[in-house]
Design a protein around this ligand. Structure first.
Ligand code: DOR
Ligand code: ZN
Ligand code: ZN
Length: 399
């Protein structure tokens, strides 16, 4: 099959370290099938499925189920992330070794689903991960601070003119876990880094310690600021929250200078009821897979902070390296089936949530113009998207 790639930019297939596919248990918001379609349309060839499902992905059975569904759908490589803990409060360590040994071959674990606010549990998880040569992805959300503030104090604090949404919820965990990782000799990955001071902590830690730490930033934290939240539209409710413009600026610079290694979507689909309600009742999270690359272009390329080479690095090469993927995020070897995203740098489009392939429509970019389009995506030599349309797979998406 020949496609005309004249005028298009070829990128290695994009790799997302932070996707919520909601299966099992949240199929009214997304499934492996609909999320895979959204990923392929966004130029992705590999996604890491976060474990905060129902049941939580803390056992070989659940991770194997997600992995198997990904293979059946066949639009993108779905790598399940295992939860580091089990138990209601996440007080016990999960059988990380069993998940690593399962056909899913889990190599990334996360506290998602049950935030690890206990440093001793986190330290043990890091030690276990080190023994498995796996990475621990830390959400750095102490919900006693972030969700509490966002759900309840946020609007009240705003009315009273107080600063809500304490950034130290994130910064204190980043600082703590960088130290714990250094002590354990383990690899730590910081999810959705969102403040200037978190980036400063990373710089400081790398300068002073032998620490193996990586970090991601979301497209929405690169583009949107807390001014978007002033009307308390639940579509802008997300963890970590949208931050002041000074943080957004600092995050762009941190991504450009390598302090932050990569972009990850935190694609978080929610059913209509979870967003079509008042702020305090709404669930946090926003769609990201189909808009990530254009938002990176808007915030990083159009501003001169990165060139397309840099885009390949932060959206594909770096995440593949962090996750230990050997078949993604690198230049082609002659004769090898390719993972590719072909992008039209001049094809602008307007975001309509209802037209996205996700089952949910909670995009914060409704009506916004995106500057570039993913035209074709190839997974191991087979087109998963051609001319902006999903090929094969179990679903075509409704886009
Ligand atoms: O990391 C996150 N995951 N942040 C959010 O705001 C939403 C979320 C989810 O919905 O799972
Ligand atoms: Zn999170
Ligand atoms: Zn998330």
């Amino acid at each position: 099959e020949i496609v005309d790639a004249g005028g298009l930019i070829a990128l290695p297939g994009l790799v997302d370290l932070h996707t919520h596919l909601r299966e099992p248990g949240g199929e009214e918001a997304e499934t492996v099938a609909t999320g895979s379609a959204a990923a392929a349309l966004g130029g992705y060839t590999a996604v890491f499925a976060m474990p905060n499902t129902d049941p939580v992905a803390d056992s070989p059975v659940v991770v194997e189920h997600v992995w198997r569904r990904g293979r059946e759908v066949g639009l993108v490589d779905v790598h399940p992330v295992g939860a580091v803990t089990v138990g209601l409060g996440g007080e016990r360590l999960a059988e990380m070794g069993m998940m690593a040994a399962s056909p899913a071959g889990v190599r990334m674990f996360s506290d998602d689903g049950r935030c690890v606010n206990d440093p001793l549990v986190m330290r043990r998880a890091l030690e276990y991960a080190r023994a498995l040569d796996a990475v621990v992805a830390q959400h750095a959300e102490d919900h006693r601070l972030t969700v509490g503030a966002q759900a309840h104090e946020g609007p009240v604090a705003a009315r009273l003119g107080l600063a809500g949404w304490d950034p130290t919820a994130e910064e204190s965990i980043v600082a703590r876990d960088v130290m714990l990782a250094a002590t354990a000799g383990a690899r730590l990955h910081v999810c959705h880094l969102s403040t200037a001071r978190s980036a400063a902590v990373l710089r400081w830690a790398r300068e002073h310690y032998e620490v193996r730490v990586s970090a991601e930033v979301t497209p929405h934290h690169l583009l949107l600021t807390d001014t978007a939240v002033q009307d308390y539209d639940p579509v802008h409710k997300v963890n970590p929250p949208l931050r002041p413009a000074a943080d957004t600026e600092a995050l762009r610079r941190a991504l450009a200078d390598g302090t932050v290694d990569c972009v990850a979507t935190d694609h978080a689909p929610h059913a209509v009821e979870a967003k079509d309600c008042e702020w305090s009742a709404a669930r946090p999270g926003m769609l990201g897979l189909q808009t990530a690359l254009p938002v990176v272009v808007t915030t990083m390329v159009a501003t001169g902070l990165l060139d397309w080479r840099g885009v390949a690095r932060v959206c594909s090469e770096a995440p593949a390296r962090i996750a230990g993927l050997t078949d993604q995020g690198r230049p082609l070897t002659p004769g090898e089936p390719a993972n590719l995203a072909l992008v039209d740098p001049d094809a602008a489009w307007t975001v309509r949530g209802a037209e996205l392939a996700s089952r949910a429509d909670n995009t914060p970019y409704e009506g916004m113009e995106m500057p570039v389009s993913v035209v074709h995506t190839m997974l191991r030599g087979r087109w998963t998207v051609r001319d902006g349309k999903v090929q094969d797979g179990e679903v075509q998406g409704h886009g």
